[in-house]
Design a protein around this ligand. Structure first.
Ligand code: NAD
Length: 276
C-alpha cells in the first residue's frame, strides 16, 4: 500500500492517512469512495449521522479490494448513546455498510451533559469482544472525559479523533493521548480548506518543495504522528491528498507551521456540545 500504518494499542494496524466523507451525500459518496480506493486509499471514515454508510458500503463492495486490506471507521451518533441503543445502532450501521465487522467504531461526541458515554463504551467493549469491531475508540473527547472513561471501563480507547490542524494544534490532548497509548486522529486536518491553505508561511513551504499547500499541511500532521482523514469530492484533489509519502518537511518547515497555532476551533467545543 501507498500509506504506511500506525500500530494501535491493541496491535491492529491503521493506515496513517484515510478518506473522510462528512457532508458527502449518499449517492455522491459511492463515487467519491470509489475514486479514493482507485487512488490507493484503504481507510474510509464515515459516521451514522453522515447518512452515507450505504453509498460508502456500495463502493467498498464493488472495489475488488480484499476486506482485510480495508480499514473502515464509523461512529455512533449522540442520540443512540446508552448500552442497548448502542448495540441496535451498531447493527444498523453494519447493515448499511454491508459489512460483517468494522475496523474502528467511535463514540462521535462525549455529550457530557447526558452522562452516558461510559455505558455506551461498555457496549462497545462487547462489540470488540465479539470481533465485530476490531478496535474501539472515541471522538471529540477532552482529556477529562478520557480519564472518566478509562477509570470506569476495561479497554483503553485505541483512538481519539479530534479537530486538529495548524490553527488548533491540540498540544495538551496530544500529550495526554501519548501518555495513555491512544492514537490521535485529526479531523478537519486541512482546516476545511478555507483560510489555512492560503496562509503565506504554508504557501512558501509548498513552493520550496514543489508541492501544494494541502500536501504540506498533511505532511506536517504525518510527521507529528497524527492519523489524517482529508476529505474531497474532487478527483484531482483526492489523488493529490494521498501523494504525500515521497517528500518530507525539514525541522524549519515543521517549526514554521507549528508557529501558526491559534487554539482556534472551527467546530463545536466538546465540553458544551450536547446536541442529539
Ligand atoms: P478537511 O480539513 O478534510 O477539508 C476538506 C475541504 O478542504 C474540502 O471540502 C475542500 O474544500 C478542501 N480541500 C480538500 N483537499 C484539498 C486540496 N488538495 N486542495 C485544496 N482544497 C482542498 O475537512 P473535513 O471534511 O471537515 O474533515 C475531514 C474528515 O474528518 C471528514 O470528512 C470526516 O470524515 C471527519 N470529521 C469528523 C468529525 C467528528 O466530529 N469526528 C467532524 C468533522 C469531520
Amino acid at each position: 500500500s501507498k500509506v504506511p500504518p500506525i500500530i494501535l494499542n491493541n496491535g491492529v494496524e491503521m493506515p496513517q492517512l484515510g478518506f473522510g466523507v462528512w457532508q458527502v451525500p449518499d449517492d455522491e459518496a459511492e463515487r467519491a469512495v470509489t475514486t479514493a480506493l482507485e487512488a490507493g486509499y484503504r481507510s474510509i471514515d464515515t459516521a451514522a449521522i453522515y447518512g452515507n454508510e450505504e453509498g460508502t458500503g456500495k463502493a467498498l463492495a464493488k472495489a475488488g479490494v480484499a476486506r482485510k486490506d480495508l480499514f473502515v471507521t464509523t461512529k455512533l451518533w449522540n442520540a443512540d448513546q446508552g448500552h442497548d441503543s448502542t448495540l441496535r445502532a451498531f447493527d444498523e450501521s453494519l447493515d448499511k455498510l454491508g459489512l460483517e465487522y468494522v475496523d474502528l467504531y467511535l463514540i462521535h461526541w462525549p455529550m457530557p451533559a447526558k452522562g452516558t458515554f461510559v455505558d455506551t463504551f461498555k457496549a462497545f467493549e462487547k462489540l470488540y469482544a465479539d470481533g465485530r469491531a476490531k478496535a474501539i475508540g472515541v471522538s471529540n473527547f477532552l482529556p477529562e472525559h478520557l480519564e472518566t472513561l478509562i477509570e470506569a471501563t476495561d479497554v483503553i480507547p485505541a483512538v481519539n479523533q479530534i479537530e486538529l490542524h495548524p490553527h488548533l494544534q491540540q498540544l495538551a490532548a496530544r500529550e495526554y493521548h501519548a501518555e495513555q497509548g491512544i492514537a490521535t486522529e485529526a479531523w478537519s486536518p486541512l482546516g476545511q480548506g478555507k483560510g489555512l491553505l492560503e496562509v503565506p508561511a504554508i504557501i512558501a513551504i509548498a513552493q520550496k518543495h514543489g508541492r501544494t499547500p494541502a500536501q504540506v499541511v498533511l505532511r506536517w500532521h504525518l510527521q507529528l504522528g497524527n492519523v489524517v482523514i482529508p476529505k474531497s469530492v474532487t478527483p484531482s484533489r483526492i489523488k493529490e491528498n494521498i501523494e504525500v509519502f515521497d517528500f518530507s518537511l525539514d525541522t524549519e518547515d515543521i517549526a514554521a507551521i507549528s508557529a501558526l497555532n491559534e487554539d482556534r476551533r472551527i467546530g463545536p467545543d466538546p465540553a458544551t456540545f450536547n446536541q442529539a
